[in-house]
Design a protein around this ligand. Structure first.
Ligand code: GLP
Length: 267
């Protein structure tokens, strides 16, 4: 099942093809990022309604902010019971103090716990302190937690300008599980404003692997804005290659890509 935007929300008809094929998904181009966010939020709400114990894979980044706002609205409108759901984060920075507002845990707590009303225990995130001390133990624990929850039903994903998904940087192993890795210069540059400069930006992160991501039942990739147009075109129409980790998602049987017109401009 793929999210289709509500025509009532849309100022122009979305261009959506037939069912996206496994190898080259036909992106859903929405009238705006807000319309796309609403469509994804509706799909998540449908899933929660149908499967109240579902597991959501949640992402961070500016792309997700509007989506979480829409999700809050849809959940209120539909009076959904969230008590059975669990959310797993994709990744986390290493080297920040506990409780730092720039930790993805803190960002997701704001959106999902404070705003939407999940209990903190319903949000599972990699432990950056353990990942710093003992990367393989942290990775093993996270994979075990995911498996224990029965795997991810719907995984939200953004895309970095270099094609990364979660923090799987170019050169990613398509079969990788959760691991610790150094961040690429471009990824750190994009995050530098948040940290007050490149020197202060974390150099390492813990991330689920591409293999972990591909295990989710549904993948929903969102990209908005002109800055993503080039990498979206490479990821969707270029070769399937570890050089563009997002392209590897095209091997998944249920991938939908939600774009605004600016992000779709080079397709
Ligand atoms: C970070 C996250 C990714 C996210 C990317 C894009 O690097 N680890 O999961 O997709 O940022 O962020 P934005 O949505 O702000 O462009």
């Amino acid at each position: 099942m793929h999210a289709v935007p509500d025509p009532a929300e849309s100022t122009e008809a979305p261009s959506q093809g037939a069912a996206p094929s496994a190898m080259s998904p036909i992106p859903i181009v929405h009238a705006s990022a807000a319309v796309a966010a609403r469509a994804c939020a509706e799909e998540i709400a449908d899933l929660i309604e149908a499967e109240p114990q579902c597991v959501l894979g949640v992402a961070t980044g500016g792309t997700m902010t509007g989506l979480y706002g829409s999700l809050k609205e849809v959940i209120r409108e539909r009076e959904l019971d969230l008590s059975g759901i669990t959310c797993f984060a994709l990744d986390e920075y290493l080297g920040l103090p506990e409780g730092d507002p720039r930790l993805f845990r803190s960002v997701l707590e704001t959106h999902l716990v404070r705003e939407i009303g999940l209990l903190p225990a319903q949000l599972v995130t990699p432990d950056p302190a353990l990942a710093f001390e003992d990367p393989s133990e942290a990775a093993e624990q996270y994979e075990a937690a995911l498996a224990g929850a029965g795997g991810v039903d719907l995984q939200l994903l953004g895309i970095g300008r270099n094609g990364h998904v979660a923090f799987n940087e170019p050169g990613a192993d398509p079969a990788a599980r959760t691991h610790v890795l150094p961040l690429e210069a471009r990824t750190r540059e994009d995050a530098a404003a948040t940290f007050g400069g490149l020197e202060l930006t974390p150099r390492r992160a813990v991330t689920v692997g591409v293999g972990t991501i591909l295990d989710a039942k549904r993948l929903r990739l969102l990209a908005f804005g002109a800055g993503k147009a080039g990498i979206v075109a490479r990821a969707l129409t270029g070769p399937l290659t570890p050089d563009v980790p997002a392209s590897l998602l095209r091997g998944h049987r249920d991938l939908a890509v939600h774009l605004d017109p600016q992000a779709a401009a080079s397709l």
